[in-house]
Structure formats: structure tokens, C-alpha cells
Design a protein around this ligand. Structure first.
Ligand SMILES: NC(=O)c1ccc[n+]([C@@H]2O[C@H](COP(=O)([O-])OP(=O)(O)OC[C@H]3O[C@@H](n4cnc5c(N)ncnc54)[C@H](OP(=O)(O)O)[C@@H]3O)[C@@H](O)[C@H]2O)c1
Length: 324
């Protein structure tokens, strides 16, 4: 296979390692791109699925090396994206396509402005993964990966390299309306993540207290109001979706709880901050979400957690895409 057709994965964290291991398991030869200098060659990574551990030998390249990347799956946190795109830019050419797999919203527009002329694909990941050792990833929950162009430039068709994902166990699908997928995920995360943060519980424990369950219902209904405002055909219930997520991921800690406990910045502003900014643009008041965001921000500030760079302001371009 030619070098420029290889799938490059930027960021060797939980999702980066998960995707790399699954591609290797399917017989592909992906490249993990890391920022640590001096790391290159093949390295062994472990994938743990249902207590079965398998080893895969995966190519690793450092950003300081010289290489061309045709397809890059960017697997860094939303607040790390700007720097990561600057770092990968020297390895891109006019044919390169960059796939953004961050939770939250707002960063997709910034990335398009940062890399004009580069094909930007947006993605939503519902798998659950965490690192049990430096090069050992636990596949804690099987979900899907949805990808799509926000401008639907191929009329719902996917680019040729997408076929490489067909034989993996990652359940990768192409969407002709990725904004809808991103919004649904954002709304569910905006309810589940800060609530689990405030109550410091696993996903499956969140609705144990009647008071929390009541608040959960209010938050879901407010999210529904916003989504219905963005798309008059929106008929889904965020509460149904969020309950399903809590059921499937019952044994997991949300990423916001994990980041808080590790003293790392969270993606709160890319999730709840973005939801509230869009509500403001739509002239909608969401008092339960406003209070939740305030309380979560306060808790993070009290913990002394480093604050992440905020998403760029003034990104009101969603509604027209969303209504496709
Ligand atoms: N984990 C999940 O279950 C899950 C599920 C759904 C969605 N997501 C989303 O997927 C995204 C990635 O999450 P994650 O859990 O994989 O995060 P993570 O474990 O923190 O991994 C991010 C990785 O990217 C690396 N990185 C950061 N900046 C970089 C740069 N400029 N160049 C090269 N590498 C860089 C980080 O290195 P350092 O450690 O050196 O910073 C880290 O290894 C997030 O937006 C998250 O919300 C995650």
C-alpha cells in the first residue's frame, strides 16, 4: 500500500490506541503519530476486550520526522486540537483529509478556518475506551463511529479510503447529515457528563437518587427544545438516548469525571458551553442547563483544575446545515 493511503492516527491516547489496534486486528497497517521526539519504528500495543488481551505491532512516527499523511484521524481532546492541527500541518498536502473525532462542537468550524483547503471530516465516537497502562487500551463499551462532511460535499457518498474501515470491529458508518449526529451526541453528553461530575458517580449510578433523576428529565427536555428549534423535524427524545447511554455504559466513569480526577482540563466548554451559546443565538433560555454549567465550572475552579482554551466565539453556522 502506498504511504499516502495509510491511515495516520494523531494522538496515542485511549481512542487513538483503540482505533490503531482495531485497524491492526483487521489486517491493516496504521501509523500512530505522537509528539514525543525520538519515538519511531514498530511498538507493541495491547487491546483488552472482554478480558482477552491481544498484542499488535503498530508503526509509530514522531511529528519531528518527515512523512506525508493522506488521511489523519485526529484523536486528541477538543482543547488540544488547535495545537495538534498546527503540528500535523507540515505533513499534509492538497489531497490530505483530516478526520476530527473530538467530543463537543465548535472546534469543527475553527479547524476548517485553521486548515483552509484541507478536507475536514467530522466524526462522533460512542465507543468507550481507557488506558490501563501506557500502551494498553481497554475497550470498555462497544459503540459506533459516525463520519461525514459537514458540507455534504460528496452528496452522502464517502471517500475511497473509507472502505478500509469495513472489516474492522469499530462499526464505522458514513452519515449524510453529520451535524444531526454531532448535536445528538453533544446534547446527551451535556446532560450526562456534568451531572456525573457533580455527583462523582459512575454512569450507571446517576439516576439512583430521585432528585437527580428529576433534574436529568428537565435537562433532557431543555435539550429537546433547542434541537427542535434548530431542526423543526427533530422528533427524537434526548432522554431516551441518554438513558440508553447510561444503561450501556453503566460501569464507566464519564470522561469529565476522569479528567477532573486526573487534574486535567475537561471539555465542558466544548459541550455545555457550546450548547448554551447556541441557545443564546436562538433566543432560548435553558435555566437548568445554565445552572448545571455554572455549578460544574465552579467545581472545576474550586479544584484548581487548569482551564482549557475556549472554543472560538461566534460560530452560528450550524442551523442551516442541520436542517438538511
Ligand atoms: N475515551 C473515550 O472513551 C472516548 C469516547 C468518545 C469520545 N472520546 C473523545 O475522543 C477524544 C480523544 O479522547 P481520549 O480519551 O482518547 O483522550 P486522551 O486519552 O487524553 O488522548 C489524547 C492523546 O492525544 C495526545 N496529544 C495531545 N496533543 C497532541 C499533539 N499536538 N500531537 C500529538 N499527540 C497529541 C495526548 O498526549 P499527552 O498525553 O501527551 O497529552 C494523548 O495521548 C476526546 O475529544 C474525547 O472526548 C473519547
Amino acid at each position: 500500500m502506498m504511504e499516502q493511503s495509510d491511515i495516520h492516527i494523531l494522538g496515542a491516547g485511549s481512542i487513538g490506541q483503540l482505533i490503531a489496534c482495531h485497524l491492526a486486528k483487521a489486517g491493516l497497517d496504521p501509523v500512530l503519530v505522537v509528539r514525543q521526539p525520538g519515538i519511531c519504528g514498530r511498538q507493541d500495543f495491547c487491546l483488552v476486550e472482554e478480558e482477552i488481551t491481544r498484542n499488535f505491532s503498530i508503526r509509530v512516527k514522531s511529528l519531528e520526522q518527515s512523512f506525508r499523511a493522506r488521511v489523519v484521524l485526529v484523536c486528541v481532546k477538543a482543547w488540544q486540537l488547535r495545537q495538534a492541527l498546527d503540528d500535523i500541518r507540515p505533513h499534509l498536502d492538497e489531497h490530505s483529509e483530516v478526520v476530527l473525532l473530538q467530543n463537543g462542537m465548535g472546534h469543527q468550524q475553527s479547524a476548517s478556518e485553521q486548515l483552509p483547503g484541507t478536507g475536514i471530516i467530522s466524526g462522533s465516537v460512542t465507543h468507550g475506551a481507557w488506558l490501563s497502562a501506557e500502551r494498553q487500551v481497554v475497550h470498555a463499551g462497544h459503540g459506533t463511529i459516525m463520519l461525514g462532511y459537514r458540507d455534504n460535499r460528496l452528496n452522502g457518498n464517502f471517500p475511497p479510503w473509507f472502505g478500509q474501515f469495513e472489516n474492522t470491529a469499530l462499526s464505522v458508518h458514513w452519515s449524510g447529515n453529520i451535524d444531526r449526529v454531532l448535536w445528538r451526541k453533544l446534547a446527551i453528553n451535556a446532560v450526562v457528563n456534568p451531572l456525573t461530575l457533580l455527583h462523582q458517580c459512575k454512569n450507571g449510578e446517576l439516576l439512583d437518587q430521585p432528585e437527580v433523576e428529576k433534574q436529568f428529565g428537565h435537562l433532557c427536555r431543555e435539550a429537546d427544545r433547542l434541537l427542535a428549534r434548530l431542526d423543526y423535524r427533530w422528533r427524537e427524545s434526548i432522554e431516551t438516548g441518554a438513558r440508553e447511554v447510561l444503561r450501556i455504559t453503566a460501569g464507566n466513569w464519564s470522561s469529565m469525571v476522569q479528567d477532573y480526577r486526573a487534574g486535567k482540563p475537561t471539555e465542558l466548554d466544548y459541550i455545555n458551553g457550546y450548547l448554551l451559546a447556541e441557545a443564546g443565538r436562538q433566543g432560548l433560555e435553558l435555566p437548568n442547563h445554565e445552572q448545571l454549567h455554572r455549578r460544574a465550572r465552579q467545581m472545576l475552579a474550586d479544584s484548581g483544575a487548569r482551564e482549557a482554551a475556549k472554543p472560538a466565539a461566534g460560530q452560528g453556522a450550524f442551523s442551516s446545515h442541520f436542517r438538511k
